[in-house]
Design a protein around this ligand. Structure first.
Ligand code: C2E
Ligand code: MG
Ligand code: MG
Length: 630
């Protein structure tokens, strides 16, 4: 409390209530309000000397006027003034400035202690009494000014803090935004990776063409299904599907067409299944289905039937109408077949059986099939042995010309008498020979022997030899026929080859080429078993056949079978229009013979005349035939 009391310079430009303040001026600004001029003068000078910037006002109204225009650090306010009392002025000031932003120190007479209390209650910061002791006054003024400055400083710091806080919050927000962004990137990267992984897994387990599960996935699904069944029971069936006639489409129309067909087919199969059933493509034209359901075996049979029907509906591919069939094998879980490989193999075996029994059908697996597969393998060995030992024989069945009533030729039919099995029908061993690649050797031997045999028959008597489609595929058929003719000396016109419609299904173009080369040799070509299989009249137009043989299944129906009657009539008429001969196969009764004759058929072959006989009985047959009829 002395004259050297120093006042720190405030460095802030705004008062607490936001108005410009004197705090940032060089000196603290003091407003002295007193109606007595001398009082004002004394205080003004002394405060000025202490480094204050002093303004004075001679009354309340003037003071409020000055305060309107200028900012101060403190007001020294006289209590007793004629125009406005100090308390009134104080009330005005406090209506605009807080205690903190503009301190007011009341100057009172010693006797006015009640007023002092009131003034303090109305917001005066402090008071001093008259006559003024300057050192006390200075001390109180400095205290108030410093408090004000400190408050300003705190405010300033608070503001700085608030700003810093704001900045911090902004940074946190920015950082959070960054983090969210990075997080999103990470997540999308993870998702991308998961998608890639899923694609890889999908590719490993699915067939790219049809989108169905592949063999790998199917095995897994079947394994899972069987494991589930072991724990919880339930029935399930495996259906193994193999297409009939698909290879022909692939070979003749190309793989692109085949692929399209498979795609359509996959959709059809999927739509035929119940939800929950599984389907997979095992490869090529093989599909497999796991069927769940309590009603086995009836449900599996019903599904197989539905599948076969659905598959048979023509597919429209590239503007063409394509037809395939299906053979289906079914194996039921349980019994001796527990694991997925065994069960699938069982269904596969059943499918194979369905195929050999005539295609377009389904079969349930029977334990017998295993035995049959074993038997087939044994039959294969036996056939190889028979071929090695040249044990196959040929029987001949006469063909009778209906105009002359005489034998015009013989069909050569191979015979195999196995030491253990006895008679094995050619349908069985010829098919087996085709499958195991023996047909070339067998076919060549039969051709050579038949030609050699026929060379000793009366002139003009023909010999008919059956050729299988597999022989056309070997590429040496023409030279084999040439050799057989050359070796036997048989006139080419006395050799007939019998082919079936199946040669038009596989590699038909090159087969047709072979056919015309054979025709060019002078050999006659017959269409065998016409009306069965993939029968189409268009085949008849693709090559000038010498003879059409009406299959014995139609002949057997005569004369009462309506559709057979119609077919026989149509074929005879067609053949006539082509200038081809017709042979009715398998004629057994007089009724059939009469009917055939009236339809204008040119030739007959059947038990009614003779069964196929060994070569040494031919001369007797011929003698009978040539003898004048009675
Ligand atoms: P395919 O060429 O249609 O031969 C006619 C079949 O009908 C012969 O059966 C014959 O015995 C039989 N048959 C003839 N007349 C009658 C009859 O009145 N009633 C009945 N129920 N059947 C009659 P096979 O000898 O059992 O031959 C069956 C098939 O095996 C032949 O049918 C032919 O496709 C094939 N085949 C026979 N030998 C050969 C051969 O050397 N090579 C080839 N590639 N196939 C052969
Ligand atoms: Mg034949
Ligand atoms: Mg036939």
């Amino acid at each position: 409390m002395n004259a050297h009391h120093s006042i720190p310079q405030p460095a802030i430009g705004h008062s607490l209530d936001g108005k410009p303040s004197a705090a940032n001026e060089e000196k603290p600004r003091l407003l002295i309000v007193d109606d007595v001029f001398e009082n004002r003068e004394i205080l003004r000078r002394r405060f000025q000397r202490q480094g204050f910037d002093v303004t004075d006002a001679g009354g309340g109204i003037e003071a409020l006027d000055v305060l309107e225009r200028e900012a101060f650090d403190l007001v020294l306010l006289d209590m007793m003034m004629p125009d406005l009392s100090g308390l009134e002025v104080l009330a005005h000031i406090r209506s605009k400035h807080s205690q903190g932003s503009l301190p007011v120190i009341m100057v009172t007479a010693k006797t006015q202690s009640e007023d002092v209390v009131e003034a303090l209650n109305h917001g005066a910061n402090d008071y001093i009494t008259k006559p003024v002791d300057f050192s006390i006054a200075l001390a109180r003024v400095v205290t108030q000014v410093e408090r004000r400055r400190a408050e300003l400083k705190i405010h300033q710091m608070n503001e700085a803090l608030a700003r810093a806080n704001e900045a911090l919050e902004r940074r946190v927000a920015d950082r959070t935004k960054d983090l969210v962004h990075v997080n999103q990137q990470l997540r999308s990267e993870i998702e991308q990776r998961e998608r890639t992984q899923a694609t890889i897994t999908h590719l490993a387990h699915h067939d790219a063409l049809t989108g169905l599960g592949n063999r790998l996935l199917f095995h897994k699904e079947l394994g899972d299904a069987l494991a589930h069944r072991q724990r919880h029971g339930g029935e399930l069936a495996v259906l193994f599907i193999d297409l009939d006639g698909f290879k022909a489409i692939n070979d003749t129309l190309g793989h692109a067409t085949g692929d399209l067909l498979l795609k359509h087919l996959a959709t059809r199969l999927r739509n035929t299944l119940r939800e929950g059933d599984k389907i997979g493509r095992l490869g090529g034209d093989e599909f497999a289905i796991i069927q769940f359901g309590a009603g086995q075996p009836n449900e599996a049979a019903a599904l197989a039937k539905r599948l076969i029907e659905t598959i048979q509906v023509p597919f429209s591919v590239d503007g063409q109408s394509l037809v395939v069939g299906a053979s289906i094998g079914i194996a039921l879980a349980g019994g001796e077949y527990q694991d997925s490989a065994q069960l699938l193999r069982a269904a596969d075996l059943a499918m194979y059986r369905a195929k050999t029994e005539g295609r377009g059908r389904f079969l349930f697996f029977e334990t017998d099939f295993d035995r049959q597969v074993k038997e087939r393998r044994e039959l294969e060995v036996a056939l190889r042995t028979a071929v090695e030992q040249d044990a196959l024989e040929i029987h001949y069945q006469p063909q009778v010309n209906l105009q002359t009533g005489r034998i015009s030729g013989f069909e050569a039919l191979s015979r195999w008498q196995d030491p253990q099995r006895g008679y094995v029908p050619p349908n069985v061993f010829i098919t087996l020979a085709e499958e195991i690649g023996l047909i070339g050797v067998i076919g060549e031997r039969i051709l050579k022997r038949a030609c050699a045999e026929a060379a000793s028959w009366p002139p003009e008597t023909t010999v008919a030899v059956n050729l299988s489609a597999a022989q056309f595929q070997r590429g040496d058929l023409v030279s084999v026929v040439k050799e057989a003719l050359a070796a036997s000396g048989l006139e080419p016109g006395r050799l007939e080859v019998e082919i079936t419609e199946s040669i038009f299904l596989q590699g038909s173009e090159s087969n047709l080429e072979v056919l015309s080369q054979l025709g060019a040799l002078g050999v006659k070509i017959s269409m065998d078993d016409f009306g069965t299989g993939y029968s189409s009249l268009s085949y008849l137009r693709s090559f000038p056949f010498h003879k059409i043989k009406i299959d014995r299944s139609f002949v057997g129906d005569l004369p009462d079978g309506q559709s057979s009657v119609a077919i026989v009539r149509a074929v005879c008429g067609l053949a006539r229009s082509f200038g081809a001969a017709t042979t009715a196969e398998g004629v057994e009764t007089e009724g059939q013979l009469t009917h055939i004759r009236t339809e204008g058929c040119t030739e007959v072959q059947g038990y009614i005349f003779s069964r196929p006989v060994p070569a040494d009985q031919i001369s007797a047959l011929l003698a009978r035939s040539l003898a004048p009829s009675t």
